[in-house]
Structure formats: structure tokens, C-alpha cells
Design a protein around this ligand. Structure first.
Ligand code: KIV
Length: 245
């Protein structure tokens, strides 16, 4: 899985063999130059989802529900998820644990596949005290395990685990009936995701430690993306010794 925000890159990623494209609310930073994902709107997500859908042929498309689009009334959240599916997404992703389970169930009952997102959840950056590794003590690991199980039980078909020790991600993943995609969570999960502009070394400023520059030694963007796909599938990326933010 890689993030993507426009039709041209969607075509490149799809052609390079990326299985899943995430229209992430990281577009707030990548496309809009913001400090975090919090200001991203539903209209922004619908616009970028439609752009990506036009460039894609075969990849599974997941669109992020932005901050504020699912924290309030359940009916509003359902309407917002429907907008993303109408724009071309195959699945929606939302951040958070047990408190989202009822909404996940309601979306799945209405035919909308859901991906959960646990560990470091960027929309909660202020309440988490910054970009911090999660699941570092027993209580944190138990909470993560309970939240992941609650989301799977509610009908989520996939989870993203962000920023947690590799052994924690591995152990929680092993107890789950659904696939887990990791970012900064080591190799013991079922797949990986990176922000496209990070792995293409286009991001200005400090890069998270878990990111690898796949343009190094690659002739062009398509071969960098193809190398990422191969390295993930062959278990060459990520390296569990490189973790943290
Ligand atoms: O918005 C995003 O790019 C994401 C990934 C970090 C998983 O949610």
C-alpha cells in the first residue's frame, strides 16, 4: 500500500504493482502544506479520491475519513462515507479504537467496507502529545489488542497499525482474523504502507526514521515504486532494527 492523491501518480502506482492505494488525509501536509491532517475537509477528500480513481485501473482504493467527518452524529458519518464511495473509493478508513466500533458496524451493514487505524492516530496528535510510539507498556499493548479485536468483531476488513514496537504489532496481528498494514510498526504485519512523497524523498524537512528512500539506485519513479512493492513482498522492507519516529 502507498498513499496517492492524484490521477498521474495513481496510474504510476497501479502500473508498478501496488495492491492498495490510500487517499490519505496526509494530503493536508503533502498537497496543502499544512502542519497536520486536522484541517482537511470532506470536500478535499472527495476531490482527491475522484482524481485518484480516474487514474487507477486495478488497485484497491481506500479513502481516509477526515477529522470531524465521523466524530459527531452517526448519520452524518454515514453520509460522509457514502460521498467517498461515490467518488470512487472501495473502502473508507477511520482512526480510533472502541468508540468507532458502532459506526464501523453501521457502515459495514450498509455495504461500505471499513479499514480501522490504531496505534499513533495522526488526527489525535494533540491528545497523544505529539508523534509518539504507542503500545510501549503493558496497559498500552492490552488496549491495542482490545481495540483491534473490537474493530474486527464490528466488521472492519483491514487495520492500519502506525508507530508501535515491531514485536507488539506482530503479536497483536497474530491474534486477528483480518489483515494488518503497518507504518513504522515493523515487519510482523501483513503489509506495509508509506506516504508516497516520503519514499520518493520529495518531502521537505525531517523524515520519520522508518522511511526508506526508494529513489536511491532507481532509474525513475516507476522503478522506485516497483522496488518498494518487491522489497515489501520479499520481506526486505521494513528493517525491524530501524523504528521510532
Ligand atoms: O493519511 C495517511 O497518509 C495515513 C497513513 C499514514 C497510513 O493515514
Amino acid at each position: 500500500m502507498l498513499t496517492c492523491y492524484d490521477a498521474t501518480f495513481a496510474h504510476v502506482l497501479d502500473a508498478a504493482g501496488v495492491d492498495v492505494i490510500l487517499i490519505g488525509d496526509s494530503l493536508g501536509m503533502v498537497c496543502q502544506g499544512r502542519r497536520d491532517t486536522l484541517p482537511v475537509s470532506m470536500d478535499d477528500m472527495v476531490y482527491h479520491t475522484a482524481c485518484v480513481a480516474r487514474g487507477n485501473q486495478g488497485a484497491w482504493l481506500i479513502a481516509d475519513m477526515p477529522f470531524g467527518s465521523y466524530q459527531g452524529q452517526r448519520d452524518d458519518a454515514i453520509t460522509n462515507a457514502v460521498r467517498l464511495i461515490k467518488a470512487g473509493a472501495h473502502m473508507v478508513k477511520l482512526e480510533g479504537g472502541g468508540w468507532t466500533a458502532d459506526l464501523v458496524r453501521a457502515l459495514v451493514e450498509r455495504g461500505i467496507p471499513v479499514c480501522g487505524h490504531l496505534g499513533f492516530t495522526p488526527q489525535s496528535v494533540h491528545s497523544l502529545g505529539g508523534y509518539r510510539v504507542q503500545g510501549r507498556d503493558e496497559a498500552g499493548v492490552n488496549r491495542l489488542r482490545a481495540e483491534a479485536s473490537a474493530l474486527a468483531e464490528a466488521g472492519a476488513d483491514m487495520l492500519v497499525f502506525e508507530l508501535m514496537p515491531a514485536e507488539v504489532a506482530r503479536s497483536v496481528t497474530q491474534g486477528l482474523p483480518i489483515p494488518v498494514i503497518g507504518i513504522g510498526a515493523g515487519s510482523g504485519v501483513n503489509g506495509q504502507v508509506l506516504v508516497l512523497h516520503d519514499m520518493l524523498n520529495l518531502t521537505a524537512g525531517r523524515m520519520p526514521r522508518y522511511v526508506k528512500d526508494f529513489t536511491e539506485g532507481s532509474a525513475n519513479i516507476q522503478s522506485a515504486v516497483r522496488r518498494y512493492v518487491e522489497d515489501v513482498k520479499e520481506g526486505r522492507f521494513p528493517n525491524d532494527l530501524v523504528h521510532g519516529y
